[in-house]
Design a protein around this ligand. Structure first.
Ligand code: SAM
Ligand code: SF4
Ligand code: SF4
Length: 360
Protein backbone atom coordinates (compact mmCIF):
# COMPACT_ATOMS: atom_id res chain seq x y z
CA UNK A 1 0.00 0.00 0.00
CA UNK A 2 1.35 3.39 -0.88
CA UNK A 3 -1.54 5.85 -0.97
CA UNK A 4 -1.61 8.04 2.13
CA UNK A 5 -5.37 8.12 2.04
CA UNK A 6 -5.52 4.36 2.36
CA UNK A 7 -3.36 4.55 5.42
CA UNK A 8 -5.85 6.69 7.23
CA UNK A 9 -7.05 4.65 10.19
CA UNK A 10 -10.73 4.06 10.80
CA UNK A 11 -11.51 6.79 13.31
CA UNK A 12 -14.59 7.05 15.45
CA UNK A 13 -16.58 10.26 15.04
CA UNK A 14 -16.45 12.79 17.84
CA UNK A 15 -19.42 12.57 20.19
CA UNK A 16 -21.78 15.42 20.83
CA UNK A 17 -24.24 15.11 23.68
CA UNK A 18 -27.30 15.03 21.46
CA UNK A 19 -26.22 12.65 18.74
CA UNK A 20 -25.69 9.45 20.65
CA UNK A 21 -28.18 7.31 22.52
CA UNK A 22 -27.66 6.67 26.22
CA UNK A 23 -25.52 3.61 26.75
CA UNK A 24 -26.92 0.80 28.75
CA UNK A 25 -25.14 -1.21 31.40
CA UNK A 26 -23.29 -0.31 34.53
CA UNK A 27 -21.80 3.02 35.15
CA UNK A 28 -22.36 6.72 34.93
CA UNK A 29 -22.07 8.68 31.70
CA UNK A 30 -20.34 12.05 31.56
CA UNK A 31 -21.81 15.13 29.88
CA UNK A 32 -20.58 13.87 26.49
CA UNK A 33 -22.13 10.43 27.02
CA UNK A 34 -18.80 8.75 27.71
CA UNK A 35 -18.80 5.92 30.26
CA UNK A 36 -15.99 5.30 32.74
CA UNK A 37 -14.12 2.20 31.59
CA UNK A 38 -10.38 2.54 32.31
CA UNK A 39 -8.54 3.57 35.42
CA UNK A 40 -4.84 4.37 35.53
CA UNK A 41 -3.42 4.26 38.99
CA UNK A 42 -0.16 6.04 39.73
CA UNK A 43 1.47 4.24 42.66
CA UNK A 44 4.39 6.65 43.08
CA UNK A 45 5.44 10.06 41.76
CA UNK A 46 9.13 9.07 41.93
CA UNK A 47 11.24 7.74 39.10
CA UNK A 48 14.79 6.51 38.61
CA UNK A 49 14.88 8.08 35.11
CA UNK A 50 14.79 11.74 34.17
CA UNK A 51 13.37 11.50 30.66
CA UNK A 52 13.81 14.94 29.22
CA UNK A 53 10.21 15.09 27.96
CA UNK A 54 8.70 13.99 31.28
CA UNK A 55 10.86 14.75 34.34
CA UNK A 56 13.60 17.13 33.19
CA UNK A 57 16.46 17.35 35.68
CA UNK A 58 16.25 21.11 35.90
CA UNK A 59 12.81 20.74 37.47
CA UNK A 60 13.01 17.32 39.12
CA UNK A 61 16.40 17.87 40.75
CA UNK A 62 17.74 17.21 44.24
CA UNK A 63 15.49 19.83 45.79
CA UNK A 64 12.28 18.61 44.26
CA UNK A 65 9.67 17.79 46.90
CA UNK A 66 8.18 14.41 46.10
CA UNK A 67 5.16 13.16 48.03
CA UNK A 68 5.84 11.99 51.57
CA UNK A 69 5.11 8.38 52.42
CA UNK A 70 2.06 9.25 54.48
CA UNK A 71 0.57 11.23 51.60
CA UNK A 72 0.55 8.22 49.30
CA UNK A 73 -2.44 5.90 49.31
CA UNK A 74 -1.83 2.55 50.97
CA UNK A 75 -2.49 -0.70 49.12
CA UNK A 76 -5.66 -1.15 51.18
CA UNK A 77 -6.91 2.33 50.26
CA UNK A 78 -6.10 1.79 46.60
CA UNK A 79 -7.84 -1.57 46.52
CA UNK A 80 -10.93 -0.20 48.22
CA UNK A 81 -11.15 2.63 45.70
CA UNK A 82 -10.47 0.29 42.78
CA UNK A 83 -13.32 -1.98 43.90
CA UNK A 84 -15.72 0.98 43.91
CA UNK A 85 -14.52 2.05 40.45
CA UNK A 86 -14.98 -1.47 39.09
CA UNK A 87 -18.52 -1.49 40.45
CA UNK A 88 -19.06 1.68 38.38
CA UNK A 89 -17.97 0.23 35.07
CA UNK A 90 -14.17 0.13 35.13
CA UNK A 91 -12.99 -3.06 33.45
CA UNK A 92 -9.34 -2.18 32.92
CA UNK A 93 -6.78 -1.01 35.41
CA UNK A 94 -3.28 0.06 34.42
CA UNK A 95 -0.65 0.59 37.11
CA UNK A 96 1.72 3.43 36.32
CA UNK A 97 3.71 6.25 37.90
CA UNK A 98 6.44 7.72 38.10
CA UNK A 99 8.11 4.37 37.90
CA UNK A 100 5.66 1.86 39.43
CA UNK A 101 8.29 -0.80 40.10
CA UNK A 102 9.95 1.56 42.59
CA UNK A 103 6.98 1.04 44.92
CA UNK A 104 7.96 -1.59 47.50
CA UNK A 105 6.13 -4.91 47.35
CA UNK A 106 4.10 -3.83 44.33
CA UNK A 107 3.24 -7.47 43.69
CA UNK A 108 1.16 -7.40 46.90
CA UNK A 109 -0.99 -4.63 45.43
CA UNK A 110 -1.25 -6.55 42.15
CA UNK A 111 -2.53 -9.60 44.02
CA UNK A 112 -5.09 -7.50 45.89
CA UNK A 113 -6.34 -5.85 42.69
CA UNK A 114 -6.36 -9.13 40.78
CA UNK A 115 -8.87 -10.43 43.33
CA UNK A 116 -11.48 -7.77 42.49
CA UNK A 117 -14.63 -9.29 41.01
CA UNK A 118 -15.48 -7.84 37.62
CA UNK A 119 -12.00 -6.54 36.78
CA UNK A 120 -11.13 -7.89 33.33
CA UNK A 121 -7.72 -6.46 32.58
CA UNK A 122 -4.82 -5.62 34.90
CA UNK A 123 -1.69 -4.21 33.27
CA UNK A 124 1.34 -2.08 34.07
CA UNK A 125 3.49 0.49 32.27
CA UNK A 126 7.15 0.60 33.25
CA UNK A 127 10.48 1.93 32.05
CA UNK A 128 11.70 -1.68 32.25
CA UNK A 129 14.75 -0.94 34.40
CA UNK A 130 13.67 -3.25 37.24
CA UNK A 131 11.59 -5.67 35.22
CA UNK A 132 14.15 -8.44 34.98
CA UNK A 133 14.05 -9.07 38.72
CA UNK A 134 10.31 -8.46 39.17
CA UNK A 135 8.62 -10.03 36.15
CA UNK A 136 7.97 -13.46 37.65
CA UNK A 137 6.61 -12.18 40.96
CA UNK A 138 4.30 -9.78 39.11
CA UNK A 139 2.98 -12.57 36.93
CA UNK A 140 2.47 -14.85 39.91
CA UNK A 141 0.52 -12.09 41.64
CA UNK A 142 -1.92 -11.87 38.75
CA UNK A 143 -0.59 -9.16 36.45
CA UNK A 144 -1.72 -9.90 32.90
CA UNK A 145 0.55 -7.83 30.64
CA UNK A 146 3.18 -5.09 30.66
CA UNK A 147 3.97 -2.16 28.43
CA UNK A 148 7.61 -1.12 28.45
CA UNK A 149 8.73 2.35 27.43
CA UNK A 150 11.83 2.50 25.25
CA UNK A 151 12.63 5.52 23.11
CA UNK A 152 15.51 4.25 21.00
CA UNK A 153 17.72 1.25 20.34
CA UNK A 154 20.66 3.59 19.87
CA UNK A 155 22.42 3.49 23.21
CA UNK A 156 23.70 7.08 23.02
CA UNK A 157 20.29 8.45 22.12
CA UNK A 158 18.53 6.41 24.81
CA UNK A 159 21.02 7.30 27.54
CA UNK A 160 20.62 10.98 26.68
CA UNK A 161 16.82 10.77 26.68
CA UNK A 162 16.52 8.99 30.03
CA UNK A 163 19.23 11.39 31.23
CA UNK A 164 20.56 8.97 33.86
CA UNK A 165 22.82 7.09 31.43
CA UNK A 166 20.69 3.95 31.56
CA UNK A 167 21.66 1.47 28.81
CA UNK A 168 19.26 0.05 26.21
CA UNK A 169 20.49 -3.49 26.87
CA UNK A 170 19.00 -3.65 30.34
CA UNK A 171 15.59 -2.56 29.13
CA UNK A 172 15.75 -5.22 26.43
CA UNK A 173 16.57 -7.79 29.13
CA UNK A 174 13.51 -6.61 31.04
CA UNK A 175 11.30 -7.02 27.96
CA UNK A 176 12.66 -10.53 27.45
CA UNK A 177 12.11 -11.44 31.10
CA UNK A 178 8.52 -10.18 30.91
CA UNK A 179 7.81 -12.26 27.82
CA UNK A 180 9.38 -15.34 29.44
CA UNK A 181 7.33 -14.83 32.59
CA UNK A 182 4.13 -14.82 30.52
CA UNK A 183 3.48 -11.08 30.70
CA UNK A 184 3.22 -10.84 26.93
CA UNK A 185 2.55 -9.94 24.32
CA UNK A 186 4.74 -7.07 25.56
CA UNK A 187 3.95 -3.69 24.05
CA UNK A 188 6.73 -1.16 23.64
CA UNK A 189 6.02 2.58 23.93
CA UNK A 190 8.25 5.01 22.08
CA UNK A 191 7.73 8.77 22.44
CA UNK A 192 8.96 10.35 19.21
CA UNK A 193 10.56 13.76 19.46
CA UNK A 194 11.67 15.52 16.31
CA UNK A 195 15.42 15.80 15.91
CA UNK A 196 16.00 13.74 19.06
CA UNK A 197 14.97 10.15 18.30
CA UNK A 198 12.93 10.21 15.10
CA UNK A 199 15.88 8.58 13.32
CA UNK A 200 15.26 5.52 15.57
CA UNK A 201 11.71 4.85 14.36
CA UNK A 202 12.64 2.40 11.61
CA UNK A 203 15.16 0.56 13.78
CA UNK A 204 12.54 0.11 16.47
CA UNK A 205 9.94 -1.12 13.98
CA UNK A 206 12.36 -3.61 12.42
CA UNK A 207 13.73 -4.93 15.70
CA UNK A 208 10.42 -5.54 17.44
CA UNK A 209 8.75 -6.89 14.32
CA UNK A 210 11.40 -9.62 14.40
CA UNK A 211 10.78 -10.20 18.10
CA UNK A 212 6.99 -10.28 17.74
CA UNK A 213 6.29 -7.26 19.97
CA UNK A 214 4.06 -4.35 19.06
CA UNK A 215 5.66 -0.91 19.14
CA UNK A 216 3.37 2.01 19.82
CA UNK A 217 4.77 5.28 18.53
CA UNK A 218 3.53 8.17 20.65
CA UNK A 219 3.35 11.78 19.56
CA UNK A 220 5.26 13.94 21.99
CA UNK A 221 2.60 15.67 24.10
CA UNK A 222 2.33 18.96 25.92
CA UNK A 223 1.64 17.36 29.30
CA UNK A 224 2.75 19.25 32.39
CA UNK A 225 4.45 22.60 32.25
CA UNK A 226 8.08 21.60 32.63
CA UNK A 227 9.07 19.89 29.40
CA UNK A 228 9.18 23.03 27.22
CA UNK A 229 6.87 21.48 24.64
CA UNK A 230 6.65 23.06 21.18
CA UNK A 231 4.43 21.91 18.32
CA UNK A 232 7.56 21.85 16.15
CA UNK A 233 8.95 18.99 18.26
CA UNK A 234 6.03 16.71 17.33
CA UNK A 235 6.46 14.14 14.57
CA UNK A 236 2.89 13.56 13.31
CA UNK A 237 1.72 9.97 13.56
CA UNK A 238 0.88 10.04 9.83
CA UNK A 239 4.53 10.76 9.03
CA UNK A 240 5.64 7.85 11.23
CA UNK A 241 3.24 5.49 9.47
CA UNK A 242 4.43 6.73 6.05
CA UNK A 243 8.05 6.19 7.02
CA UNK A 244 7.48 2.60 8.13
CA UNK A 245 5.09 1.81 5.29
CA UNK A 246 7.70 2.83 2.71
CA UNK A 247 9.97 0.02 3.87
CA UNK A 248 7.56 -2.47 5.45
CA UNK A 249 4.11 -2.11 3.88
CA UNK A 250 1.24 -1.61 6.34
CA UNK A 251 -2.53 -1.69 6.32
CA UNK A 252 -4.91 -0.25 8.93
CA UNK A 253 -6.60 -2.56 11.42
CA UNK A 254 -10.04 -1.91 12.90
CA UNK A 255 -9.98 -0.87 16.56
CA UNK A 256 -10.42 -3.74 19.03
CA UNK A 257 -12.89 -1.71 20.99
CA UNK A 258 -14.37 1.76 20.98
CA UNK A 259 -12.06 4.15 22.80
CA UNK A 260 -8.85 2.33 21.89
CA UNK A 261 -6.11 4.94 22.15
CA UNK A 262 -3.73 3.63 19.50
CA UNK A 263 -4.51 3.52 15.80
CA UNK A 264 -3.36 0.08 14.75
CA UNK A 265 -1.69 -1.09 11.54
CA UNK A 266 -0.52 -4.54 10.55
CA UNK A 267 2.35 -5.50 8.31
CA UNK A 268 0.88 -6.68 5.04
CA UNK A 269 3.12 -9.76 5.12
CA UNK A 270 1.50 -10.89 8.39
CA UNK A 271 4.58 -10.28 10.53
CA UNK A 272 2.83 -8.36 13.30
CA UNK A 273 1.56 -4.85 13.91
CA UNK A 274 2.34 -1.37 15.18
CA UNK A 275 0.26 1.32 16.85
CA UNK A 276 0.42 5.10 16.72
CA UNK A 277 -0.95 7.36 19.41
CA UNK A 278 -1.81 10.60 17.70
CA UNK A 279 -3.10 12.62 20.61
CA UNK A 280 -1.80 15.88 19.16
CA UNK A 281 -2.64 15.58 15.47
CA UNK A 282 -5.78 13.37 15.71
CA UNK A 283 -7.35 13.91 19.14
CA UNK A 284 -9.61 11.14 20.39
CA UNK A 285 -11.45 12.86 23.24
CA UNK A 286 -14.84 11.82 21.89
CA UNK A 287 -14.18 8.26 22.98
CA UNK A 288 -12.11 8.94 26.08
CA UNK A 289 -13.30 6.66 28.88
CA UNK A 290 -10.21 7.03 31.10
CA UNK A 291 -9.70 8.39 34.57
CA UNK A 292 -6.40 8.74 36.39
CA UNK A 293 -5.71 8.44 40.08
CA UNK A 294 -2.59 10.15 41.39
CA UNK A 295 -0.42 8.49 44.03
CA UNK A 296 -1.92 10.76 46.70
CA UNK A 297 -5.48 9.89 45.78
CA UNK A 298 -6.61 12.67 43.45
CA UNK A 299 -8.82 11.74 40.56
CA UNK A 300 -8.08 13.41 37.22
CA UNK A 301 -10.70 13.06 34.53
CA UNK A 302 -8.28 14.24 31.83
CA UNK A 303 -4.54 13.91 31.28
CA UNK A 304 -4.46 17.67 30.87
CA UNK A 305 -6.71 18.56 33.80
CA UNK A 306 -5.68 21.51 35.93
CA UNK A 307 -6.94 20.03 39.16
CA UNK A 308 -7.79 16.66 40.64
CA UNK A 309 -10.61 15.62 42.95
CA UNK A 310 -9.43 14.43 46.32
CA UNK A 311 -10.46 10.91 47.36
CA UNK A 312 -7.87 10.50 50.11
CA UNK A 313 -9.57 12.82 52.58
CA UNK A 314 -12.94 11.04 52.40
CA UNK A 315 -11.20 7.65 52.57
CA UNK A 316 -9.30 8.67 55.69
CA UNK A 317 -12.30 10.43 57.22
CA UNK A 318 -14.14 7.13 57.41
CA UNK A 319 -16.68 7.74 54.63
CA UNK A 320 -18.66 4.70 53.56
CA UNK A 321 -18.27 2.99 50.21
CA UNK A 322 -21.62 4.42 49.16
CA UNK A 323 -20.53 7.96 50.03
CA UNK A 324 -17.35 7.52 48.03
CA UNK A 325 -19.31 6.02 45.15
CA UNK A 326 -21.60 9.04 45.18
CA UNK A 327 -18.57 11.34 44.98
CA UNK A 328 -17.32 9.38 41.97
CA UNK A 329 -20.71 9.52 40.24
CA UNK A 330 -20.98 13.27 40.74
CA UNK A 331 -17.47 13.91 39.40
CA UNK A 332 -17.83 11.66 36.36
CA UNK A 333 -21.37 12.88 35.69
CA UNK A 334 -20.08 16.47 35.47
CA UNK A 335 -17.07 15.61 33.29
CA UNK A 336 -16.76 17.65 30.13
CA UNK A 337 -13.01 17.36 29.35
CA UNK A 338 -11.79 17.36 25.78
CA UNK A 339 -8.50 19.15 26.05
CA UNK A 340 -6.84 17.71 22.96
CA UNK A 341 -9.74 18.68 20.76
CA UNK A 342 -9.65 22.20 22.12
CA UNK A 343 -5.86 22.52 22.08
CA UNK A 344 -5.61 23.93 18.60
CA UNK A 345 -8.19 26.60 19.41
CA UNK A 346 -6.43 27.73 22.59
CA UNK A 347 -4.59 31.01 22.56
CA UNK A 348 -2.87 30.77 25.91
CA UNK A 349 -1.13 27.98 27.80
CA UNK A 350 -2.96 26.63 30.82
CA UNK A 351 -1.09 25.21 33.79
CA UNK A 352 -1.30 21.42 33.67
CA UNK A 353 -0.43 18.56 35.94
CA UNK A 354 2.83 16.64 35.45
CA UNK A 355 2.64 13.22 33.76
CA UNK A 356 4.92 11.62 36.35
CA UNK A 357 2.39 12.64 39.00
CA UNK A 358 -0.74 11.18 37.48
CA UNK A 359 0.82 8.58 35.19
CA UNK A 360 0.70 8.41 31.41
N1 SAM B 1 7.74 5.30 34.19
C1 SAM B 1 6.86 4.48 33.43
C2 SAM B 1 7.24 4.50 31.97
O1 SAM B 1 8.02 5.35 31.55
O2 SAM B 1 6.74 3.64 31.26
C3 SAM B 1 5.39 4.80 33.59
C4 SAM B 1 5.00 6.24 33.66
S1 SAM B 1 5.28 7.20 32.18
C5 SAM B 1 4.68 8.78 32.66
C6 SAM B 1 4.02 6.54 31.11
C7 SAM B 1 4.19 6.80 29.63
O3 SAM B 1 4.06 8.18 29.38
C8 SAM B 1 5.55 6.40 29.08
O4 SAM B 1 5.39 5.53 27.98
C9 SAM B 1 6.15 7.71 28.64
O5 SAM B 1 7.00 7.55 27.55
C10 SAM B 1 4.93 8.54 28.33
N2 SAM B 1 5.18 9.97 28.36
C11 SAM B 1 5.75 10.70 29.34
N3 SAM B 1 5.83 12.01 29.00
C12 SAM B 1 5.28 12.11 27.75
C13 SAM B 1 5.06 13.19 26.84
N4 SAM B 1 5.42 14.44 27.12
N5 SAM B 1 4.47 12.91 25.66
C14 SAM B 1 4.10 11.65 25.34
N6 SAM B 1 4.26 10.60 26.15
C15 SAM B 1 4.86 10.81 27.34
FE1 SF4 C 1 10.15 8.20 34.54
FE2 SF4 C 1 8.46 7.14 32.85
FE3 SF4 C 1 8.60 9.80 33.11
FE4 SF4 C 1 10.62 8.52 31.98
S1 SF4 C 1 8.52 8.64 31.21
S2 SF4 C 1 10.78 10.09 33.59
S3 SF4 C 1 10.62 6.61 33.05
S4 SF4 C 1 7.93 8.39 34.64
FE1 SF4 D 1 -9.11 12.10 27.26
FE2 SF4 D 1 -8.33 14.52 28.06
FE3 SF4 D 1 -6.77 13.08 26.41
FE4 SF4 D 1 -9.06 14.15 25.51
S1 SF4 D 1 -7.28 15.26 26.21
S2 SF4 D 1 -8.33 12.05 25.14
S3 SF4 D 1 -10.37 13.96 27.34
S4 SF4 D 1 -7.33 12.54 28.52
Amino acid sequence: MSEDAELTPPTAPSIRPADRPERRGRGTLDTLNRPLRDLRISVTDRCNFRCTYCMPKEVFGRDFQFLARTEILTFEELTRLARIFVAHGVGKIRITGGEPLLRHDLEKLIAMLAGIDGLKDLTLTTNGSLLKSKARALKRAGLQRVTVSLDSLDDDVFRAMNDVDFPVGRVLEGIEAAAEAGLGPVKVNMVVKKGVNDQSVLDMARYFREGGQTVRFIEYMDVGSSNGWRLDDVVPAAAIVRMINAEMPLEPVDPDYRGEVANRYRYVDGSGEIGVIASVTQPFCGDCTRARLSADGKLFTCLFATRGHDFRAPLRAGKTDEEIAELLRSIWGAREDRYSELRSAATTDLPKVEMSYIGG
